[in-house]
Write a protein that binds this ligand. Structure first.
Ligand code: P1T
Length: 383
């Protein structure tokens, strides 16, 4: 049935069926660690909740359907999902990653996995050619974040996936900023899609959860093995919250995109703003790629107020009344952040500044409030 439904129906029905026990329309929260067996090894498909849980299965089927994947896998966080992908590799293997990415992803790559012998190259992938010098027989993974956090760089997934194929390297896309509503990386040739479902998918800033989606049988088996062995799985309540959020993903994303466009345009014209980063601008270096691979341009943007500097940024952030100064993004409420001291603080200053994350940069996650209220709040904070 799923294959015939359109995206806006898949958010509600994809991979779902009424619960077998009593016909519950929403997947029940199966708050159990274990399942009765009639004789050793004979059970109804579930043995132990680290391995499988029916509420988690419902979520895994939902993300598989939204990402046009054969398989979905759920984790305790976006970082636990990425950690699972990185455990596919051996000491000596090489990874090429976007140079601009969530600070926690950078930290996991450099502070945890370099210690186990993985070699990581951080590359600006706005130009596909930039990765060519780093490709060699040891390259096992190309890790793409697009749009990037927080500089909103856009990477051509199709072109990089083609390069990955010719070099026998897996291509994984962190699809957190776009969500499957805006782009579906497997369709563009990627091997793995990863989400911090904490963000747009769950959408209500009330849970931490991660997801992977893949098509390849062997890759799925390897990832599921690591998932079960390491045990970084979400509880059933968190799976339920993500499932409930996903049901309105299409409605929320539509408004996030409309509000994002209105705020980006307003800031671009503001006399006290130096620079606005948003892939919807025709002058954005990869606007054409964004137009090609994304349905719209999303609700995330970053800007530098005139004069830049941390003091200027702080002054604005402290004055917000509707935007909340907080880590995270993708919820219904608008959030503002200071990447240099918050989400990207674990990246050395010189490295982060090279990719554009200067002290004056402010990142906005545009929520689904009335956009006029958001614009008025920005104007009073920037004034
Ligand atoms: O927080 P967690 O669910 O573990 O997801 C990590 C993560 C992965 N990928 C991207 C692109 C992300 O933005 C994040 C988390 N980001 C924030 C908390 C933030 O404020 O940017």
């Amino acid at each position: 049935m799923d294959k015939k439904l359109r995206f806006n129906s898949l958010t509600i029905h994809g991979g779902q069926e009424p619960d077998k026990a009593f016909g519950a329309v929403m997947p029940p929260i199966y708050q159990t660690s274990t399942y009765a067996q009639s004789t050793p090894g004979r059970h109804q498909g579930y043995e132990y909740s680290r391995t499988h849980n029916p509420t988690r299965t419902a979520l895994e089927c939902s993300i598989a359907s939204l990402e046009k994947a054969k398989y979905g896998l759920a984790f305790a966080s976006g970082m636990a999902a990425m950690d699972t992908v990185l455990k596919l590799f051996q000491p000596g293997d090489e990874i090429i990653s976007t140079d601009d990415l969530y600070g926690g992803s950078y930290r996991l790559l450099t502070k945890v996995f370099e210690k186990y012998g993985l070699k990581i190259h951080f590359v600006n992938m706005e130009k596909v050619e930039n990765i060519k010098p780093f490709l060699n027989i040891k390259t096992r993974l190309i890790w793409i974040e697009t749009p990037t956090n927080p500089m909103m760089k856009v990477v051509d997934i199709h072109a990089i996936a083609a390069l990955g194929k010719t070099h026998n390297a897996l291509v994984a896309v962190d699809n957190t900023f776009a969500s499957p509503y805006l782009q579906q990386p497997l369709d563009l040739g990627a091997d793995i899609v990863m989400h911090s479902a904490t963000k747009y998918l769950a959408g209500h800033s009330d849970t931490i959860i991660g997801l992977l989606a893949v098509n390849d049988d062997v890759l799925h088996e390897q990832l599921a093995f690591i998932q079960n062995s390491g045990g970084g799985v979400p509880g059933p309540m968190d799976c339920f919250l993500a499932l409930r959020g996903i049901k309105t993903l299409h409605l929320r994303m539509q408004r996030h995109c409309e509000n994002g466009a209105a705020v980006a345009t307003h800031l671009q014209d503001h006399s006290k703003i130096e620079k606005v980063y948003w892939p919807g601008f025709v002058y954005h270096p990869n606007h054409e790629v964004a137009k090609k691979q994304m349905k719209a341009f999303g609700g995330m943007l970053s800007f530098v107020p005139q004069g830049g500097g941390i003091a200027n940024a702080k002054k604005i952030l402290e004055k917000f009344q509707i935007f909340t100064l907080a880590e995270s993004l993708g919820g219904v409420e608008s959030l503002a952040g200071h990447p240099a001291s918050m989400t990207h603080a674990s990246i050395p200053k010189e490295t982060r500044e090279k990719s554009g994350v200067v002290d004056g940069l402010i990142r906005l996650s545009i929520g689904i409030e009335d956009v006029q209220d958001l614009i008025e709040d920005l104007d009073q904070a920037i004034a």
